[in-house]
Ligand binder design. Sequence first.
Ligand code: HGY
Ligand code: MN
Ligand code: MN
Length: 409
Amino acid sequence: MTTIKINGQRLWDSLMEMGEIGGTEKGGVCRLALTDLDKQGRDLFVSWCKEAGCTVRVDKMGNIFARRAGRDNSLPPVVMGSHLDTQPTGGKFDGIYGVLSGLEVIRALNDQGIETEAPIEASVWTNEEGSRFPPAMVASGVFAGVFDLEYGLSRADLDGKTMGEELERIGYAGEDEVGGRPFKAFFEAHIEQGPILENEDTTIGVVTDAQGQRWYEVTLTGQESHAGPTPMSSRKDALLGAARIVDQVNRIGLDNAPLACATVGLMNVFPNSRNVIPGEVFFTVDFRHPDDKVLSAMDQQLQEISKNIADELGLEMKFEQIWYSPPVPFNKSCVDSVRDAAEAAGLSHRDIVSGAGHDACYISRVAPTAMVFVPCENGISHNEAENADPAHLEAGCNVLLQAVLNQAG
Ligand code: HGY
Ligand code: MN
Ligand code: MN
């Protein structure tokens, strides 16, 4: 293991500067995929990479690859990266930490004149969050061949704008084909977004797996009618149906505790007027579990229960699973590189399963992949209060550096 180190202050300063773009009153970040703010963040990252001597390429899904040449550039690159898009009430670290850690590794190698055998790349994956354009991780999914390019470019937001149109508009509809080029390895540094590392006072999470996810969209249609003269017995109340299903989603999660997660995060009520019985409700369901069998049992239960509730209340139901991402085991040799790097640096570490989805989950289908986790304050993320300790961020980036050097030679 070499003794070269990254510059923690420079990493922190870059995170703070990037966090200004879309910065919110409460200290969070709102930089939704392919908005003008996302463009600004991308432009800043590209300018930093060019200053660091990288050549920058963009593919047709807007994925960005900043390449630092190695001795033998015919070799497949070792790639680091994550995402720059955030949740509407996101933070400064989710995704951004992994992107700017990749840049910091390149900056540190430059400072200390280190040459690697294989080239290395810092990457940005478009629309990881899936908040504006569902599903999540769609651009890394196209890269991994899970979705075709047409599907990726046609993902639309609630206003009907597609990713293809927005990529053109912000100038990130690149020329390069998406995927089909080998990586020697892929590493993603990320905050844990949960409480385990902090509770155990552990600095590094050696991510062995990521749990599976199923996303659903449900539309219940009843009958708008007057909240006054309509007797309770003759109502077709779509919101009542949605409320009962929301309760059942929660119960399915609790019944499969402690590893299951079940969330209804988005709901639109129509016409959303206080004295009209709601005629239509649209809502989403997010199921997660590390065991695929349990995840499909949860899926069965949800379908059955939703249908019974809709039938009982005389509602029509459109029930669609829009996304399924199976549980992911990461590559043993890459996971070992992360664990060895933490060990060599004398950092406390523990194996951990990722509760969140990441671009690494899809990239692991086409390249040996692993992740490095660091704690975040109170385990909070997808929240403007998201915070992390500069010392942890520095430690995680040093582990990333060593893992990359281990693979890049
Ligand atoms: O939802 C997730 O797990 C990720 O933050 N997109
Ligand atoms: Mn993320
Ligand atoms: Mn996220």
